[in-house]
Design a protein around this ligand. Structure first.
Ligand code: G16
Length: 562
């Protein structure tokens, strides 16, 4: 490393000293903490992003967001050149860099990484980093810190894209590296035009949502609400109303948003008995998660939740139907056949009833630990891989080889049987691959796909919700002294430490018919999460409460943080 580069790094890092006595780790989705202690971490992630861009000779992204966390938190994560999460191989390096106590240690860690990764670091190669942030008040100054980090590396350029949803930034990094236009209008153009294609392909002529039957969306008082208003102007038939759009002074994620709705199973702020019978949806704070719900007639606050598992099931059903049409009888005459391998990926939070349903559909179901970085990797191994967390975070991945076959098949069908059912099925799958975000879970594109499929099937939200009946479940958070004391295995279903806790959980679980329960340390909040399922709601609640008490006993002082 040249002398000038070293002294630039020493000088700039002295402006961003790390907070004393704080150890941060690159968790489920990057670094997250109270925004007041994050400047140094964000500055250093800027450096890391520049190194990643130099290493890969591609554009990378940095997103400033804490998604579902409370408004006073913030966070930062790197978007890899593929548009996906930072390669997990680089996470330990991110941890070391962010926790280095002095500018000198920081410099020696950077040197080590440059050497180990053989990063071209001569000031000749260039690096480009796209920056985005959500609507948190702390976002602007943290973004400046990221810019400082980036400009501390010779040849690195930061492009500030302002306020974006997290999936928009992922999409733009993906698009840039594929040589496509990577702007917000290009994003909206792609998702809205592929949505229109799906609507035009609905059997028996084009159907349009009746005005009184359009979805009502809770924007979590975050960036998603703001962007949905843009989409509402482009697709005027789509959304009836956006509430909690962030424009009316509501507090981000405070009694609103997908995380709140899914965990508490109650209406978000601004919804109630006037919404009985309506199809409602909720985005999370940075619009990478989506859940649907309806308000039953006998309730003003309880909801019927349609979560990520049901979205996965709806998507799987639709994709499977299109694949069946494509490969049925008349098609067998073609020399151009392809047995697409369709698979689904879930986590331990998936409702047991959803897994049973997916298996009944004949689908291969794989489990991974929590975090889309794990699910995405597995889904990418299929020709079509659908992954979803129960919390509404997920997408559908199409392999390059399947897409080239599909394009060719569509062209072939256009010549021999234009407008046939087979060709329509090919076109529908092609449209889905353009509509749904190939980089990461994206609430806006998932909302469009759900709306298109419900219209295609002519289904109400109730019909959709009846695909299977969820087993009653309950999730709790427990605040403990040190959540890292919980170490898990088997896709987080078994706690290896502290010793004896798993046996105690098993003994408790055995008391409940259809009981299932696990604990895991959160990677985004300072809590241990407890998930319980049983044949009745009382059973699930009681199992979750007993296990929360066990967590308290084994891990020390913490009041239940539900
Ligand atoms: C992030 C991750 C999700 C994960 C969620 C909760 O979501 O992207 O994959 O499910 O955190 O993680 P944990 O249980 O470890 O706290 P988001 O929407 O907050 O970015």
């Amino acid at each position: 490393m040249k002398e000038e580069q070293s002294s630039l790094l020493l000088k700039s890092s002295s402006l961003f000293p790390p907070p004393q006595g704080v150890k941060l780790s690159y968790g489920t989705a990057g670094f997250r903490a109270d925004a007041s202690i994050l400047k140094s971490a964000v500055y250093r992630v800027g450096i890391l992003a520049a190194l990643r861009s130099l290493k890969t000779q591609s554009v990378v992204g940095v997103m400033i967001t804490a998604s579902h966390n409370k408004v006073t938190d913030n966070g930062v994560k790197i978007v890899d050149p593929s548009g996906g999460m930072l390669s997990q191989e680089w996470e330990p390096f991110a941890d070391q860099l962010v926790n280095a106590q002095t500018p000198e240690t920081l410099l020696s860690i950077i040197r080590e990484c440059v050497e180990k990764e053989k990063i071209p670091f001569d000031g000749v190669q260039s690096a480009e980093i796209l920056l985005g942030r959500d609507t948190r008040p702390s976002g602007e100054s943290l973004l400046e810190a990221a810019k400082h980090g980036i400009s501390s590396i010779f040849g690195a350029i930061a492009l500030d894209l302002g306020i974006l949803t997290t999936p928009q930034l992922h999409w733009m990094v993906h698009a840039r590296n594929k040589g496509m236009k990577a702007t917000e209008p290009a994003y909206f153009e792609q998702i809205s035009s592929s949505f229109r294609c799906l609507i035009d392909l609905i059997p028996n002529g084009t159907k349009v949502n009746k005005l009184d039957n359009r979805v009502v969306v809770d924007g979590a008082d975050g960036v998603g609400g703001e962007k949905l208003l843009v989409l509402k102007n482009i697709l005027t038939d789509l959304v009836n109303e956006v509430r909690n759009s962030g424009k009316d002074g509501g507090l981000l994620n405070d009694g609103v948003g997908a995380d709140y709705v899914q965990k508490e199973k109650v209406v978000p702020r601004g919804f109630g008995s006037n919404d009985v019978g309506k199809r409602c949806a909720s985005l999370d704070g940075d619009a990478d998660r989506l859940v649907y719900f309806s308000v039953p007639s006998n309730s003003s606050s309880k909801i019927d939740l349609v979560d990520g598992d049901k979205m996965l099931s709806l998507f799987a059903l639709f994709i499977k139907e299109q694949l069946n049409i494509l490969t049925r009888e008349g098609n067998k005459k073609s020399n151009n056949n392809f047995q697409a391998h369709l698979g689904v990926v879930q986590t331990a939070y998936a409702n047991g009833a959803s897994t049973d349903y997916l298996k009944q559909l004949g689908l291969e179901v794989i489990f991974t630990p929590t975090g889309v970085k794990h699910l995405h990797e597995k889904a990418a191994q299929f020709d079509i891989g659908i992954y979803f967390e129960a919390n509404g975070h997920g997408t559908i991945l199409f392999s390059e080889s399947f897409l080239s076959w599909l394009e060719a098949r569509n062209n072939e069908l256009a010549l021999v049987s234009e407008g046939s059912e087979q060709q329509k099925a090919a076109l529908r799958l092609l449209s889905v691959s353009k509509l749904i975000n190939q980089a990461v879970g994206d609430a806006l594109s998932c909302l469009l796909l759900v709306e298109a499929i419900l219209q295609h099937m002519d289904w109400s939200i109730h019909k959709w919700n009846e695909l299977y009946q969820d087993l009653p479940s309950r999730q709790l958070k427990v605040k403990v002294v040190d959540r890292t004391a919980v170490v898990t295995t088997n896709a987080e279903t078994v706690a290896v430490t502290p010793p004896g806790i798993q046996e105690a959980i098993d003994a408790e679980t055995a008391k409940y018919p259809r009981g299932r329960c696990f604990i895991r340390p959160s990677g985004t909040e300072d809590v241990v999460r407890v998930y319980a399922e049983a044949s009745t709601q009382e059973g699930a609640d009681s199992l979750a409460n007993s296990v929360a008490k066990l967590v308290d006993q084994f891990l020390g002082s913490g009041s239940s943080a539900r």
